[in-house]
Design a binder for this molecule. Structure first.
Ligand code: ARG
Length: 427
């Protein structure tokens, strides 16, 4: 019975199929093939369109002057802005200009790369990113961008912009990309965990933001690269000599030979730093010509004002400083791993008591040993986030000798001076 059943089913199936194919007329078959081909063609067309739209990303540099305003770190008064706000307002403005313009389909984004305080205003430098079919003429686009900006920025309410100051120039895509993607706090070597005082030699390119500040070619202090032309360091480095012409800055993991050397152009010491007081121990230094970032020379990121860091977090210090109290500075860069120490711990009477003021924090170990020392001053204390991006959170400032029990290193708190840095450098 089962055998017969199967035979009968197979037989019936065969017959059914036979009947069907015989019913399918040639024109139906042709139509079916045509339909399948059309679907395939449309799919491929769409894929090609979306995967390779033949569009090229182009970068244009614009600059204009925003008048009747001042940049201030305390933005209470009318017409005073904080740099970060001004950057945001300017970027929104440029977004809006292109959002309902004839270039709206091509406009991608903009980034304010610089805000430079000028007399009665601020000069804004913006990079604008567009996508165009590759056969588009750049000169014509450049003129179009100029005319759209020119028409629209003079009518904005948010800011008073001097339209005659407007300039637009095409940038090469490599420069545009470099500028937009000149990311901070990234390094190109794996983290080799080593342990300045009692620290270990640093690997090449491990701390590409480290700089050595030298007066008359003698290493005096560390410093940290925060842009291609600005460094952050300690104010006390310039206690005896604040003449920029006598200072140079070098990069790389050795002082001799240096990887690169630059002349210092400007030294801005915090206006409220008054030695021997240790508060406001911060300065920014501008050098020239600017550096091009490489694996070995790069900037660190600056934290937001609001950033806070947990006690006991792991941080790193680096420097060319002495290996013991009274020792000499070193030719080779060293690093040490430290822990953040809470104010509660550091303000204990047997540690530093009331010497720890606002804008300072402690790091290291109460047991001593690992510490910064003379010559490390002004150098970086950095922390790494979950995405392996490094932030400058401290500046080597002071300490009671080096590596002593209950006398950890004391650092200038960068978040506390974040707005001051921005007000001086635009960063
Ligand atoms: N003030 C010293 C200098 O000029 C460095 C201070 C760091 N001292 C310390 N124990 N953490 O280089």
């Amino acid at each position: 019975m089962p055998v017969f059943g199967r035979y009968q089913q197979d037989f019936l199936k065969g017959r059914r199929f036979g009947t069907r194919s015989r019913d399918l007329k040639p024109w139906m078959l042709a139509l079916l093939i045509l339909f399948i081909l059309t679907v395939m063609a449309v799919t491929i067309g769409l894929l090609v369109h979306f995967l390779d739209s033949g569009e090229k990303t182009e970068y244009y540099h614009g600059s204009f002057k925003i008048s009747h305003l001042q940049i201030n770190s305390h933005s209470r008064q009318n017409n005073t802005y904080q740099l970060k706000d001004l950057r945001e307002i300017s970027e929104n403005l440029v977004d809006n200009v292109f959002a309902d313009s004839t270039l709206q389909e091509h406009y991608i984004k903009n980034q304010v790369i610089r805000l430079t305080p000028e007399e009665d205003g601020v000069k804004a430098d913006v990079i604008m990113v567009f996508q165009f079919p590759s056969d588009e003429q750049r000169m014509i686009i450049q003129k179009k961008i100029h005319s759209i900006l020119n028409q629209k920025i003079r009518n904005t309410r948010a800011l008073s912009i001097n339209a005659s100051s407007l300039q637009v120039n095409a940038m090469s895509s490599s420069t545009g990309k470099l500028t937009i993607h000149a990311c901070c706090g990234k390094r190109n070597v794996p983290l080799i965990v080593n342990r300045i005082m009692s620290g270990d030699l640093a690997a090449k390119a491990a701390w590409p933001w480290q700089a050595s500040l030298q007066s008359n070619n003698i290493h005096q202090c560390g410093a940290t690269l925060i842009s291609n032309t600005w460094l952050v360091t300690a104010a006390h480095c310039f206690k005896y000599n604040a003449n920029p012409r006598q200072w140079t800055v070098s990069f790389g993991t050795t002082i001799n030979p240096p990887l690169m050397k630059r002349n210092v152009k400007r030294i801005i010491v915090h206006e409220r730093y008054h030695s021997p007081a240790k508060e406001y121990d911060i300065a920014v230094v501008q050098f020239s010509p600017r550096v091009t970032f490489t694996d070995d020379i790069r900037r660190v990121c600056l934290p937001e004002v609001s950033a806070s860091f947990q006690p006991n977090s792991t941080v790193y210090i680096t420097g060319f400083g002495a290996l013991y109290s009274g020792g000499d500075s070193q030719n080779e860069l060293r690093e040490a791993r430290l822990q953040l120490i809470s104010d509660d711990v550091c303000k204990q009477p047997h540690v530093y008591g009331s010497d720890i003021k606002f804008g300072m924090f402690c790091a290291g170990y109460l047991e001593g040993i690992y510490d910064a020392c003379r010559g490390d001053s002004g150098g970086p204390l950095v922390i790494k986030d979950l995405k392996d991006t490094w932030y400058l959170i401290g500046i080597v400032s002071w300490g009671d000798n080096c590596g002593q029990k209950n006398k950890p290193g004391v650092y200038t708190k960068v978040t506390y001076f974040r707005k001051w840095i921005a007000s001086k450098t635009g960063l």
